[in-house]
Structure formats: structure tokens, C-alpha cells
Design a protein around this ligand. Structure first.
Ligand code: HPA
Length: 271
């Protein structure tokens, strides 16, 4: 990956006649409904964009959607990339670099996660306040990474304080039970063992998932304010662990989606 690659992707997208987006949004597994809220201007398939990564999973459609939500210009990545699909960290975060080069001023991220904090229930939401990177690598650890900015990126506040405060206020006003906590990111795709859930709890995680952290690290390198919300899809109680129920994960994601939509729509109004 080089800066020229990013520029070629951006040039191609500009030629499609898009309005410069102010906000970028990355949608997580089973959380594509926000797309229904977009007044769509242009849809560009990832596979048509030079150097862009192509999606593999059916639940990740693989398109950049340009348009407005609440009259705000947005670009939505419908379809993201995970380490468990065999993508490199450069591939996982390519879209963040392209959206930033397109001109977005903030990045909103969603994901599905397991609740490690047993005070949290499935079907509820968690605002990510901080994270633990357990993916065993960094999206800033590659040979020409310095071309893209400082690599010794400060991570003392990776999630934007003011935006997080706004989201919490919106949740309060709209009676949405929004937890706040630490998200641990693992590679997956296997779920965790009981011992791993105990470990995650011990090290301070409130939720665990397989995404988001690489994108947030790159957003921080680019000084791009970002926020992320987890939909808690399962409860990770090591002393009472039931076999994972994947359909239920999608069911819980769908259940929490309307609240997520309210949070993002109301946040966009304030931007
Ligand atoms: N572990 C890891 N990733 C997840 C989980 C989980 O329990 N639930 C949803 N994504």
C-alpha cells in the first residue's frame, strides 16, 4: 500500500460525481439497517475502486454508499474486513484511509460484540471508551507506514471525548440504555473459551469482538475523530457458558439496531 494507491482510489471516487462527505460510517456484522436511513446519491462497489479490497462474506455487501442522513453528507462502508477472513491490517484499514483522504471529519463505527461484563445484557449497546488490542499486530507496522504520518501514535484517548459525551447525552434524552466500557479485539473467528473469557474480564475488558481496533488505530494516526458503539449480542459468562448461537447473534444485532440508528441520526444532527 502506498499513498499513490490511496490517491488513485480517491480520484476514481471523485470521478463518480460524489459530494464530499463530512462523516464516514463503518457498519458492523448484522448492522446494515442504517443504510435505509441514507438518502442515497451514489453507490460504488468496492470491486470497482482501484486498489480497494473486495469483501468475502454475504453479510458484508461491499459497497461505499454516498448520500445524506439528516441532511448531512455521509459515506457509509457497508461491508468491512476482518483479520479472521485472512486480510492484512492494511487491507482492513484501507477504507478508513480512503474516507479520510476524501475529506471526512469524523468516523462512526459499529460492531457486534460479546458482553464480558456480566452487568451488561445481550441486546444492549455499549459505547466504546477504550480498547485492548489482542489482534497480535498493528495497522501501523509496515515498511512505508511513515509515509502516512507519525507511527508512534498517541492512544491516550482513542475515542473522541466530545463526540462520546454527545452520544451519551443523546442516549439519555432518548431513554436508551447505553453502557460505556472497554472493547477487546481478538482475531477470531472461533469464539472464546471459558478460560479466555475469564482472562478478558481480568484484564479489564467489558466486551469482546473481532473488529474495530485496527480502524480506530489508523483513524488516530490520521487525527480523525472517531467513536464506536458495540451491540452486545451474547453474554460471555465463563461459569455458565452455553454453546454459541450464531442466529441469535444476528437476532440481537437486529433488536438493538433501531436504538443505534437513533444515536447516529441524532449525533449527525449536531455535527
Ligand atoms: N466473542 C468474540 N466476538 C464476538 C462475540 C464474542 O462473544 N460476540 C460477537 N462477536
Amino acid at each position: 500500500m502506498t499513498l499513490e494507491h490511496i490517491q488513485e482510489s480517491v480520484n476514481f471516487i471523485h470521478k463518480q460525481g460524489i459530494t464530499i462527505p463530512e462523516t464516514g460510517i463503518i457498519l458492523g456484522t448484522g448492522l446494515a439497517k442504517l443504510v435505509d436511513e441514507i438518502d442515497i446519491q451514489r453507490v460504488i462497489n468496492y470491486e470497482d475502486i482501484p486498489h480497494f479490497v473486495t469483501a468475502t462474506l454475504e453479510s458484508h455487501a461491499g459497497k461505499l454508499i454516498f448520500g445524506t442522513i439528516e441532511d448531512k453528507n455521509v459515506v457509509v462502508m457497508s461491508g468491512r474486513f476482518h483479520a479472521y477472513e485472512g486480510y492484512s491490517f492494511n487491507e482492513i484499514t484501507y477504507g478508513v484511509r480512503v474516507m479520510q483522504a476524501l475529506g471526512i471529519e469524523q468516523l462512526l463505527i459499529t460492531n457486534a460484540a460479546g458482553a464480558v461484563n456480566l452487568g451488561f445484557n445481550k441486546g444492549e449497546l455499549m459505547l466504546i471508551d477504550d480498547h485492548i488490542n489482542l489482534q497480535g499486530g498493528s495497522p501501523l507496522a509496515f515498511k512505508n507506514a511513515k509515509d502516512f504520518g507519525n507511527i508512534f501514535v498517541d492512544m491516550s484517548a482513542p475515542y473522541h471525548k466530545n463526540l462520546n459525551t454527545k452520544i451519551e447525552e443523546i442516549a439519555h434524552i432518548n431513554n436508551i440504555n447505553l453502557h460505556k466500557g472497554v472493547y477487546a479485539s481478538v482475531v477470531g473467528p472461533q469464539l472464546e473459551t471459558r478460560a479466555e473469557y475469564r482472562y478478558l474480564k481480568t484484564i479489564g475488558a467489558d466486551a469482546v469482538g473481532m473488529s474495530t481496533v485496527p480502524e480506530v488505530i489508523v483513524a488516530n494516526q490520521l487525527a480523525l475523530p472517531c467513536v464506536a458503539i458495540s451491540v452486545l449480542t451474547d453474554e460471555c459468562d465463563p461459569d455458565n457458558l452455553k454453546p454459541i448461537n450464531i442466529p441469535e447473534i444476528f437476532e440481537m444485532a437486529a433488536k438493538a439496531e433501531p436504538q443505534l440508528t437513533i444515536l447516529f441520526k441524532e449525533l449527525l444532527k449536531t455535527l
